[in-house]
Design a protein around this ligand. Sequence first.
Ligand SMILES: O=c1ccn([C@@H]2O[C@H](COP(=O)(O)OP(=O)(O)O[C@H]3OC[C@@H](O)[C@H](O)[C@H]3O)[C@@H](O)[C@H]2O)c(=O)[nH]1
Length: 457
Amino acid sequence: MPNVPIVKKRIKFIVISSCSLILLVILYRSFLKHKTNGSQSIQNFDKDDWTANSQIGEDLVKDFTNVPQHITNQQLLNQLEHAKVQISILEDRVRALEASTPRKYPQVKYLNYKNRKRILITGGAGFVGSHLVDTLMVQGHEVIVADNFFTGRKRNVEHWLGHENFELIHHDIVNPLFIEVDEIYHLASPASPPHYMYNPVKTIKTNTMGTINMLGLAKRVMAKVLIASTSEVYGDPTVHPQPETYWGHVNPIGPRACYDEGKRVSETLSYAYAKQENVKVRVARIFNTYGPRMHMNDGRVVSNFILQALRNETITVYGNGKQTRSFQYVSDLVDGLISLMASNYSQPVNLGNPVEHTIEEFAWIIKKLVGGKSEVKQTDAVEDDPQRRKPDITRAKTILNWEPKVPLQMGISRTISYFRRELERSDRFQKDSKKYFDSPDLERSQHSRQNFVPDKT
Ligand SMILES: O=c1ccn([C@@H]2O[C@H](COP(=O)(O)OP(=O)(O)O[C@H]3OC[C@@H](O)[C@H](O)[C@H]3O)[C@@H](O)[C@H]2O)c(=O)[nH]1
């Protein structure tokens, strides 16, 4: 039989410690709120959560500070069990609070009211979008991200959550959006072939209805809008390298058409709005781009080859590997997009790195940089795969004074480090999750959730 006074003492100790913990967290939160001028809202944890927590804490204190002398050991044990459940609820909430509390933000420049712009980035939680967010935030602008998180991830922009210049909206641009902005970077669309082919109708809707919505918004609020187009508007090109004056060679009913034609209509819409409604449009034709924050399941050649090499799996070259691509690092693209937006030039501009490689060569470059024991093997060719692709960047050089700066080896090495960290992270998560779900504590924790009584107030 447990010793009653000792059990009582333990209970008191547990209750007082958890209340103190909650108090500390609240003090820390008020301090952070004060520090950020009180203008930030902390995600997922609001006044109601605190009220519920303090209620639980108060109930626990009442229960255990006034234990009557005649109470039986069994009753005491029941109360102890109840206290454990309550404490585990509090622990969950503290964890949620910790996860959502903004920590240190990257340094941003101060811009006065005249120079600071309100900028909307559709697809801003995606690979390219999130890098653009970083640069514009650091420059001191107000950035609003609209993303439906189909291929974008909150993790790509989480370091800005809660910042007074930043806003994240869960929104699918197939539906209209009504906000006041000065500039719009319209990047929302899946860009990797397996992703855009996954739901071709949705890809077409995003690039047609989504673009109409953004051009309509630009018209209403008189914002400048930059449309992210693609080298895929050239299809399987018969002109090499591809200048902006080339009209392209696209199969309108092939598997890639949803994206290629979607982007072509997106361009057509832009010039129709420019002509008819005087909307200021910029059109960037983006060539193959790579870098950190590419999705592990992206499916494009850079992430596939790097991940295969890191896992010592076979590096899969589709077809004979003689098809070519030219790869640009993401920071070069971001510089190009910002220069294009700032320019007075409204015709399409190619943004890409003109250094061209066959895919087979590229496989060997990755294998060499990663090391490991992977083999390079040819597999079935994919339908309508463009055979040669290299941008003619004369226009970007002349008009924007822009050209890519990051050499392939440097960019690929940074990307390899990123994917190495991602693999370690997912291994760690897998292990932690296995530990958690195999643990006998799970039953208790599930029990605690079932018994959770939300806010009594
Ligand atoms: O595992 C793979 C993946 C891809 N490949 C090949 O590598 C080449 C490049 O393929 P990716 O899937 O990376 O990208 P693609 O060039 O076909 O399309 C891209 O074009 C430019 C952008 O607008 C888009 O990001 C995307 O549509 C293709 O020839 C493809 O067949 C492989 O050999 N193995």
